[in-house]
Design a protein around this ligand. Structure first.
Ligand code: HDE
Length: 680
């Protein structure tokens, strides 16, 4: 039978060009290389008869499919990744002998996987959660993994509590709800009964837990590590990633809507930016503390619930990472990548942070079950770029064909190779820290202050950020059913701020604490996002337009584009829209396929025709953007519409003539959100 709409040869060629597949122009074969003559019908005894056991092709294809999934990560299951490179600004030889941190002309390839923590692999991306920020540096001395988060502290102080924390935050086991959310009883019960979580919970309830983009969030190594130089001198270090575009967030209402409108919002944003050549960039920062100064602070530097205030210990920017290549295959790369804080190179070492020490065990263990055996280092994404040789052999999925009879050390038959090399030739030698003590299961006294830095965080927030934190607590605890847990949490956070605790108590019907807050003696401006870098580039603007737009519009759009802003046309249908001067614009979205939450700003051009439905749709966009404090622009009919709806003359709403309009609108877009707007 001839097809009604045969694929024409030209579009077939275009498709081949578009998708750079290795299988291009190849014959279809089985995994044994046998060419196949048919792939749509199983082998049957007669056209209407039973399928035959003999059909090895059907069995191979189906068996492979049946085994396509591997266990998802217990935490950080939902992730997205990209390739890139890291360049150093100046040699760090003063602090470390790590080769990739010596020479600014060396470009080190990297692979970065971002993730949410609590949700399963198919969960939405704009949920309230910490984000994983794991970087694999493929250095000439072996792989170095900096497996961090976008929050600088953690919930617990000792790794032995990690299974408890994760059991509490994951969906409750009796009904597997809620997915990818901490707004439920077990999580908050854990918090109230493990008060070391106070500081991290403040961050999780802040805007940091709903980033606008993976390109606009910070990364932190969290633990204290050591850098060791060629003379063997060590310094304590904390690692930071600072996004060149600044640190920006969504608002909670918007984040929830996006979860439904586009559950892939963050990966789409990252993917598209890289495809467009707007490569995400992050500067690597280090904070350094001399070994001699270990005890000079009012917190223990081994305690992972504490940060080092940047105003006391400055962050030195030492290099830049650029993500410039999307993955070719999400399973092969993003899913099979195996990170491990224990993947280090000479010059980078550990501290005795008890959380870090436990992680050094957990990550290999998890890869064994997840990737099915001990040979995961042979998967292409995990392979070091330098050669590796040892006497490990066999196991599931072994790729290397080791030759010869010798697979042991020490030997004489292979001249005792492969052999360890001294430190001077690149052999890894652990830093010889002096340790002594009793074998105990206990927590150091110096780890017992759970509230000072939680309070520092609160005191460092702007009024808007504080409001968001109060709302987040009220939302999360509002979903908790146990009155007792609600009250315990209110009482706990009264230790951070009575203002916070009172307002949350009011919102959830709990008993407010008595007392008032002590006068603020210290704050850390670096913790607030208010003063972050603000740039217009890569911001997306929904341009709402119909036929008969004025001849100025293409010029406005060009000016926006020159600033790196991305205007995208939204209209009733995907038909091109025409201007009064005959020019045409391609429409990318309809009111049905898009929503204001998927954009950073809305620009209402409107329509001269009396299309009431169009006007209503445009105003829905503008109204929603207004409530999310986003920049709004209007020209042409749009100005009248905004005025009639009472949306004009508020901060960040720009209406007017073309030349001034464009500049003011760009300024409004650069400001990102207009918090001083009165939203009811
Ligand atoms: Fe993880 N963590 N973690 N974690 N973690 C995992 O390893 C674990 C912690 C982090 O994109 C798992 O391969 C323990 C802190 C990231 O593939 C697992 C403890 C920080 C990722 C594991 C922690 C992290 C993971 C699950 C407490 C920030 C995703 C799958 C001692 C510094 C990496 C896997 C990726 C993943 C264990 C705490 C970051 C189970 C036991 C603190 C970014 O091994």
């Amino acid at each position: 039978m001839t097809k009604k709409h045969p694929v024409n040869e030209k579009s077939k060629q275009e498709q081949l060009e578009q998708f750079k597949t290795d299988d291009r122009n190849q014959a279809l074969t089985t995994n044994q290389g046998l060419k196949l003559s048919e792939d749509e019908f199983s082998l049957k005894a007669g056209e209407r008869g039973p399928t035959l056991m003999e059909d090895f092709h059907f069995r191979e294809k189906m068996t492979h499919f049946d085994h396509e999934r591997i266990p998802e990560r217990i935490v950080h299951a939902r992730g997205f990744a990209a390739h890139g490179e890291f360049e150093l600004y100046d040699s760090l030889s003063e602090y470390t002998k790590a080769k990739f941190l010596q020479n600014p002309s060396v470009k080190t390839p990297v692979f970065v996987r971002f993730s949410t923590v609590a949700g399963s692999k198919g969960s939405a991306e704009t949920v309230r959660d910490a984000r994983g920020f794991a970087t694999k540096f493929y250095t000439e001395e072996g792989n170095y993994d900096l497996v961090g988060n976008n929050i600088p502290v953690f919930f617990i102080q000792d790794a032995i509590k990690f299974p408890d924390l994760i059991h509490a935050v994951k969906p409750e086991p009796h009904n597997e709800m809620p997915q990818a959310a901490s707004a439920h009883d077990t999580f908050w019960d854990f918090v109230a009964n493990n008060q070391e979580s106070a500081h991290m919970v403040m961050w999780s309830m802040s805007d940091r837990a709903i980033p606008r983009s993976l390109r606009m969030m910070e990364g932190f190594g969290v633990h204290t590590f050591r850098l060791v130089n060629a003379e063997g001198k060590a310094h304590f270090v904390k690692f930071h990633w600072k996004p060149v575009l600044g640190t920006h967030s969504l608002v909670w209402d918007e984040a929830q809507t996006i979860s439904g409108k586009d559950p892939d919002f963050h990966r789409r944003d990252l993917w598209e930016s890289i495809e467009n050549g707007d490569y995400p960039e992050y500067e690597l920062g280090i904070q350094i503390i001399d070994e001699e100064d270990e005890f000079k602070f009012d917190f223990d530097i081994l305690d992972p619930t504490k940060l080092w205030p940047e105003e006391d210990i400055p962050v030195k920017l030492v290099g830049k990472m650029t993500l410039n290549r999307n993955v070719d295959n999400v399973f092969a790369e993003t899913e099979q990548v195996a990170f491990h804080p224990g993947h280090v190179v000479p010059g980078i070492d550990f501290s005795n942070d008890p959380l870090l020490q436990g992680r050094l065990f957990s990550y290999t263990d998890t890869q064994l079950i997840r990737l099915g055996g001990p040979n995961f280092h042979e998967l292409p994404i995990n392979r070091p770029v330098c050669p590796f040789h040892n006497n490990q052999r066999d196991g599931y999925g072994r790729q290397t064909i080791n030759k010869g009879p010798v697979s042991y050390h020490r030997n004489s038959l292979a001249a005792n190779t492969p052999a360890p090399v001294p430190e001077s030739e690149g052999g890894y030698a652990h830093y010889q820290e002096k340790v002594e003590g009793r074998k105990v299961r206990s927590r150091s006294e110096s780890f017992k202050d759970h509230f000072s830095q939680a309070t520092l965080f609160w005191n460092s927030m702007s009024d808007t950020e504080k409001e968001h934190i109060i709302s987040a607590f009220s939302f999360e605890l509002g979903k908790v059913k146990s009155k007792s847990v609600q009250q315990q949490v209110v009482d706990m956070f009264a230790n951070v701020s009575t203002v916070l605790a009172k307002q949350v108590a009011q919102a959830i019907g709990a008993t407010p604490p008595s007392g008032t807050d002590a006068p603020v003696t210290k704050s850390s401006p670096a913790l607030s996002q208010e003063q972050t870098i603000k740039k217009p580039n890569t911001r997306k603007v929904a341009v709402i337009v119909a036929n008969d737009f004025s001849s100025d519009l293409p010029q406005v759009l060009n000016s926006l584009k020159q600033q790196g802003i991305q205007p995208e046309i939204v209209s009733t249908t995907l038909q091109n829209v025409k201007g009064t001067d005959g020019s045409e614009l391609e429409v990318q979205h309809t009111f049905l396929t898009s929503d204001s939450v998927l954009f950073d700003a809305v620009y209402v051009v409107g329509s001269a025709s009396n299309d009431e439905k169009f006007r209503k749709e445009a105003l829905t966009f503008a109204q929603e953007a207004f409530e999310h404090f986003k920049p709004i622009g209007a020209t042409d009919e749009g100005v009248k519409w905004l005025k009639a709806a009472g949306l004009d003359s508020s901060p960040g709403v720009v209406t007017g003539e073309t030349t001034r309009f464009t500049d003011e609108f760009i300024e409004a877009i650069s400001a990102h959100r207009h918090w001083n707007r009165h939203v009811i």
